[in-house]
Design a protein around this ligand. Sequence first.
Ligand code: GLA
Length: 369
Amino acid sequence: MQSITIKAPGRINLMGEHVDYNNGFVLPAAINKSAIVSISKRADHQIHLTAIDLPDELIIESLFDLVVQEKKWANYIIGVIAQFVKKKTFSSGFNLALTSDVPIGAGLSSSAAIECAVAFALNELFSFGFDKMELALMAQKAEHEFAGVQCGIMDQFASIFGQQNHVLLLDCATMEFQYFPLELNEYEIVLFDTGVKHALANSEYNTRRLECEAGIKFIQEKFPKVQSLRDASISMLNEAMGETQNSKVYNRCKYVIEEIERTQLATQDLLKNDLLAFGAKMFETHEGLSALYEVSCPELDLLVNAVKNNLHVLGARMMGGGFGGCTINIVKSAFVQQIINDTIINYKAKTGKHLQHYLVSIEHGANVI
Ligand code: GLA
């Protein structure tokens, strides 16, 4: 029976962290690490799933009985199928096999890559006719309902809409976006992977969303027109929350308001090719994520501090949801190898752990291969 193969990438994010669910701006790009899904129709209504890398298998008896599974990997697939079942009628079941080289827990959106590959594959195989934006939104819903993470849209959006050598500027309030070429000239993007993913990551992520919502409620008491932190300024926040004791909520909102503004300014830096100014803002973002938003961890802080005073590193910060995963660094090409070697030694000495690194290139979003 005819089979279709789809590749959907992981992503990096240059700036705009933890602001997608606050109607902010994000600057992600798809990378050269992807989930690959091969799918073919069956004669019955069963679903046969294979995780090639584990290896593991799961058979679902009926398309109409999709529930959260103990096998975590399966939820990223079933979660997407469930979104399609809500909207369309399947003429048959299918076989689906998955492999991926997006490192898991590295903050490179390995789960979004799977979800987007599955969404794209189902859409192609059954000719459902959803457009790219609908696919990204269904993939995001899968994460909410089957993985239990109330994520924003950035990861799925980047995985579907990515373009080779281009960064996406997405306005998460309107979902308008534009591409622009990333010209790093004599610099390169280097990712350092802490190799840790602290257990609290998912629940803390959901807590941050709630804290931001609590902050909006405070602000709305004084400024009823404010719908999201995108509409708020630091002076509004100060006026609304200055005297309350809830410093956690205050700090979360302060970070988000600053990061939304910083991302807009940083985009101008990129357009002017002012990488020095852009890099300085990356360090500011890290500071905010660590001290105010509190989604960093000792390993991430250590990696950022290790390169902070290095003249050949323009900027560095933790990337993605946090509590582990990668830092993203802009490093002068001629010094990349030396900086990688030094950082590996430093990290080993201080944590006892081996540091992975990735030299990523910016690639096309989800596609048939
Ligand atoms: C995770 C989420 C995204 C985004 C980032 C933080 O990757 O899936 O929606 O919120 O964290 O910027």
